[in-house]
Design a binder for this molecule. Structure first.
Ligand SMILES: [Zn+2]
Length: 489
């Protein structure tokens, strides 16, 4: 598991920000429980990519992705029937976890649904989480992003993706003040943006309920989800998020969802027949995702107290191993992991976890072997390949590491930790053009275009003109130059 921090840029260009707000369609519950919180307590168990904080115009928070192959796989399993029912290709839409304990989910383009880890931990049933995913999928299929994002820089490159995320953080972070700045302090603009969103939120809910029913998932998850939000309504408006205040009343959305569920009748509701087991697979994946997330984000003592109530034997072992690891008890972690891998020898993600634990205990060659087994079982999983590459690099094999890491990067560029490892491997193998390129891309991914520019410039000078790598450097350079131009205006 790695935490990739994405910082907002030092200044927020008005026009781009306006686009961003217009394309930021999904605010399910809209930062309902989003409270500013201190940076997550970072255990030794987590590989971290920390960078210096830039002065910010709107005191914006950063958006940090929490990348983990196991968790993303579990979420993909939960999303698969929903995306399919929405007519989306489950292989093309990733579910990415935001390192934020607040209750929120959103989309910025057609390629990914972002979910805060706080929302995942609060989902009591898989149907609740699937209702969130259905709502986000509806924002994609109902054209809420495509139509508005036409002028946006594509998020399919590190530079575009990083800029979009950084602007998103800037827009979400500063409360009312930031919101005023964001829309040029024009209340009419603010109102028209919000009213537009209201209509979209209602339409996304309607579509989501249809997707859930089509997928055979009990749509009552949507009602349960809205009831969580309902609690927020009793807060005095001073304690509510400003965005929440202008959002559709939760009561209305509950009523609409309840009316829909009632219209299906008890017999027609999927999963509601007497004695029906509502998707045992979905229940397993939710337990596994929550188990790993909580083991890494909550205090080990908290996880320890809950081990006895864990219903799935393998998830229980995984949680116990992570608790031992976070308490610097490698022997204890080894005991649990050996039992776990004995019971689930074909599970690539458990081998990967063992690789991570060994790596963080500086057992390079053992770690490489564990990651190697994981990669053999899941050869196209970029986050596993990225772990293997890092272990190879630490074992003093930068050449082998690069082969692995380049494959990982081609499969998924949204991984700042990988890009940092790659710059080391390129430098060690004397490929300074490539080292400059991935450094430029890493900064761009973190929204730091000012820092990315000089590295991109250097890369274009060193790389063969017109080559794919040269074109990637050009992408960053163009983003940098546009950003500089905007700042001068
Ligand atoms: Zn929404």
């Amino acid at each position: 598991m790695s935490f990739d921090r994405v910082f907002p840029p030092a200044s927020i260009p008005g026009r781009l920000l306006h686009w961003l707000l217009c394309s930021l369609v999904c605010r399910l519950g809209c930062n309902l429980a989003a409270k500013r919180r201190p940076p997550a307590r970072l255990s030794r168990a987590l590989s971290i990519c920390l960078l210096s904080l830039l002065p910010l115009v709107a005191e914006a928070q950063s958006i940090r992705l929490l990348r983990d192959a196991d968790i993303e796989h579990g979420l993909a399993e939960l999303a698969q029937p929903v995306l399919q029912a929405a007519g989306l290709n489950p292989r093309r839409v990733r579910i990415l976890v935001v390192d934020d304990s607040g209750f929120n989910a959103f989309v910025i383009d057609q390629r990914a649904i972002f979910v805060n880890y706080g929302l995942i931990l609060k989902a009591e049933t898989p149907e609740m989480l699937q209702a969130v995913l259905a709502h986000e999928a509806a924002h994609i299929t109902n054209g809420h992003i495509g139509r508005r994002g036409q002028n946006a820089r594509s998020a399919s490159t590190a530079a575009g993706f990083g800029t979009a995320l950084a602007l998103l953080a800037a827009a979400a972070g500063g409360g009312e003040a930031a919101f005023g700045i964001a829309v040029g302090t024009q209340s009419s603009a603010l109102r028209s943006f919000l009213s537009h969103t209201r209509a979209e939120e209602a339409s996304a809910d309607r579509s989501a309920l249809a997707f859930l029913t089509r997928a055979g998932i009990n749509p009552e998850g949507m009602v349960a989800l809205h009831r969580i939000f309902a609690g927020q309504e009793v807060l005095g408006s001073a304690h509510q998020d400003p965005y929440m205040r202008s959002h559709p009343l939760t009561r209305d959305r509950i009523r609409a969802a309840e009316a829909y569920v009632a219209s299906l009748g008890p017999g027609a509701r999927p999963g509601s027949e007497p004695g029906a087991v509502n998707s045992p697979d979905a229940a397993y994946w939710l337990a596994r995702v929550k188990g790993k997330l909580s083991a890494f984000t909550r205090a080990p003592s908290w996880s320890k107290r809950r081990l006895q109530s864990e219903g799935y034997a393998d998830v229980k072992r995984m949680r116990a191993a992570i608790v031992h690891h976070r308490q610097n008890d490698l022997a204890g972690a080894r005991r649990e992991m050996q039992a776990l891998l004995g019971a689930r020898p074909q599970d690539a993600f458990y081998h990967e976890l063992w690789g991570q634990i060994l790596y963080e205990n500086r057992r390079w060659s053992e770690a490489e072997a564990a990651f190697g087994r994981a990669a053999a079982l899941a050869p196209n999983e970029p986050l596993i390949l990225s772990g293997l590459g890092r272990a190879q690099l630490s074992s003093g094999r930068p050449g082998a590491a690069l082969v692995t890491m380049e494959k990982a990067r081609d499969l998924d560029f949204r991984n700042a930790t990988l890009l940092r490892d790659m710059s080391l491997a390129y430098a060690q193998t004397k490929q300074s053009g490539m080292a400059a390129l991935v450094t430029a891309e890493r900064y761009a991914l973190q929204g730091r275009l000012k820092d990315a520019g000089p590295h991109a410039q250097r890369a274009t000078g060193l790389l063969p003109n017109g080559s794919p790598a040269w074109r990637r450097a050009q992408d960053v350079l163009i983003a940098f130059e546009q950003d500089e131009k905007r700042k001068k205006k």
